[in-house]
Design a protein. Structure first.
Length: 249
């Protein structure tokens, strides 16, 4: 099924019958991603006294409590409120959800004992393209990304210069298959978060960072239409379901 979307005065034809979901869900039947050393998420049947409210137990509905941390357990989208003293909600600051995105694949560089995404790599990937969003897939792109325990593993992150470049390039929405755009332990500097949101200048309230995505290997690099769907939590971060659509012309 095809659809025509008018975006910034450009008519874009997309294949809406083949959505590419790049989110990682909380699935209690599988090994789950986890970061920052918190307990695993929980989905539990509500109990009244000793009675479990589930259809299997004779109730007319299933009725579950869910306990999770968006930064640790699931694909999530965050705003600058993640790193500011002031309370800012991603649900209030993300007002539009359809963007022109570029999917890029990056082999992280080994630098000073860390694996990083460098500014030259992003410049080579984006060149003179104008995009609202960038979707970064890192190599190796293994299925294990969906269930990795990242605590004390020093995973790949973005260099500060790379984050500054994306900001100056006009990228409003940064999506990565990593637990964070910053080094796991950097003394609280959060250089890439601060650089991307421009916290030392005119703060980019409508810019977002989405972490813990997974882009399947069969998805080619290039231009896509991105639907950045979020859950309506008034919080600095919320679970999200970014979906890509192939652009036909």
């Amino acid at each position: 099924m095809k659809a025509i979307v008018e975006y910034n005065s450009r008519k874009i034809e997309v294949d809406i019958s083949n959505p590419i979901d790049i989110s990682i869900p909380i699935d209690m039947s599988k090994d789950k991603i986890n970061a920052w050393g918190v307990e695993d998420p929980k989905i539990e049947v509500v109990k009244y006294d000793d009675y479990e409210v589930s259809v299997a137990n004779g109730a007319v509905v299933n009725f579950n409590d869910i306990t999770f941390n968006p930064h640790s357990h699931v694909t999530h989208t965050e705003c600058v409120g993640h790193i500011t003293k002031e309370v800012h909600s991603v649900n209030k600051n993300l007002k539009y959800f359809i963007f022109l995105a570029e999917v890029v694949t990056i082999a992280p560089l080994f630098h000073n004992g860390d694996f990083i995404i460098g500014v030259k790599q992003l410049k080579n990937a984006l060149k003179n393209k104008k995009r609202d969003a960038i979707v970064i897939r890192t190599l190796p792109n293994l299925e294990e990304k969906k269930s990795t325990k990242y605590f004390n593993t020093n995973p790949t992150y973005l260099s500060e210069k790379a984050a500054i470049y994306l900001r100056e390039k006009g990228i409003k929405h940064l999506l990565v298959d990593l637990p964070s755009v910053d080094k796991e332990k950097d003394g609280g500097r959060l250089l890439s978060h601060n650089a991307f949101w421009n916290t030392d200048g005119e703060v980019r309230m409508d810019a977002t960072i989405t972490e813990f995505i997974y882009v399947p290997n069969e998805v080619e690099d290039g231009e896509y239409l991105l639907n950045l769907m979020i859950a309506p939590f008034e919080n600095d971060a919320t679970p999200s379901k970014p979906v890509l659509y192939e652009i036909l012309k």
